[in-house]
Design a protein around this ligand. Sequence first.
Ligand code: ADP
Length: 492
Amino acid sequence: MRSAILNRFVQKVAQIIQTEGAACFSLGVADNRLHPQAVVSRRDGITRDSLGHVDLDTTLPFSKAVCDALARKGPVVLTEATRIDELTVQPPVLVMPIVWEREPLESEEEPVQRPVGVLTLWEKRGGQYDEDDYKLAETLSGQAAALLVEEQLDEFDDIQAAFSTVPVGLMLVSATDEVLVANAAAMHVIGLDPLQGRSIQGIDYGEQLTELVAEVRANGQGTATASFTSRNNETFAASAQMTQEGQVILAFTQNPFSTAAEELTGQVAHELRTPLTVIQGNLQTIEVMIDGGIQPEDQEIIEEFISTALIQSARMFRLIAETLNISRIHAGKELELEVEEFDLIEALNQILTELADYLMAHNLDVEAPDELIIEGDRGKIISIFDNFLKNAAKYSDTGTTITVRVYEVDDDHVAIEVTDQGIGIPPDALEKIGKEAGFRTDLSKKQAGGIGLGMVYTRRVTEAHGGRMEIESTVGEGSTFRSIIPKRQPEG
Ligand code: ADP
């Protein structure tokens, strides 16, 4: 949207100064290039897309003129036809630096001036630029500076929107490690207001920020993440990302567990809706049947409807319990087990019935003995199946096979195992699943919504029973999730 404004602005500049063409470039400090942001050209049809980046490290006349103009913070005019990237524009070509000015933060400081781009005009009607044109171009370049900086802010908003969690502190750091913009949440995290204009090194944070910025710069691309502790001992996840212009975006999200806990509310509401729809639908149908007078042949249907309604209400109870337990884990409490003796296969059948709709589009392959009596918290062990199965369905294509296996590993242990033919998990992510709350693989983020808590819960439940969780996976082929638990629980 902002680029449309910038385009109209450049059009206006060409109109006012009466040139055939005009362009506004932003300056990439890190790559020392100009990036075209808006271009208008009445005759030669040059557009923003037909102009590539302009390297400033060359001796070409346009590059030299730009460097000159930036150095002297004033206009430079070229009197010959000039190449800009692959295109040639007609003289006279005026290059005006776009300088962003900011008021000093402290009274004794100088105002900060930073070149952010250049405005270029070509082919002035009637020949030459005069003093009035220069003045106009200078004033207009001031406006362009504001627009360019706002354009960065817009990008910033997009980035902010890309984070699903709030509050997110965001800071944009220049190539020279100066804070260009920071939102209120970032000021809250850092505990300094304003942040803008300060150097990252100057923000005393036990080098947490400096190191993060240095790390992402060393990588050259991608992101770097670290945990960040604020002065009042709140933990945030801080991540740094390089922009094309060599700036660094720093984002702070709350401790992943608590953000995930916030998202959990949404997820829970969503999850509870499915069983509730079944229950409500079944009850309404039964009501209609009763109104019409129950016929003997209705008996069977009504029984089935009541039984599925009961199954789904049991599921709702379990989902609610799971949510409460996740909050308890979050609060640092241990999981409490309600141990009983039960048939693991019957538990498996229950969850398969509960998830029937969920698994309908997949081929289901069940390999299990007829009966397998164990001791454990039945509801929580059903949650293990539940989470493995839901993920298997979520992270694989419909029509593929999901295999559930229940077997005795040795005399004292049983395995609960779910295999899918889905997207798989990269080797370096295997370690994190179920250990880092909120962790999701990049592959899975593209695929389906998730919050990265189910496996943490599953692992905790498994370990609370004295068992262990294993994951095997090949990217693009599929994954196997396995929970190995003892058949007996210690007394008390
Ligand atoms: P959620 O699925 O809600 O994000 P989980 O804790 O259940 O949370 O899983 C954590 C992450 O592990 C998922 O986001 C996904 O990246 C990965 N994962 C879990 N199960 C599978 C699977 N069957 N196939 C591929 N990736 C999986």
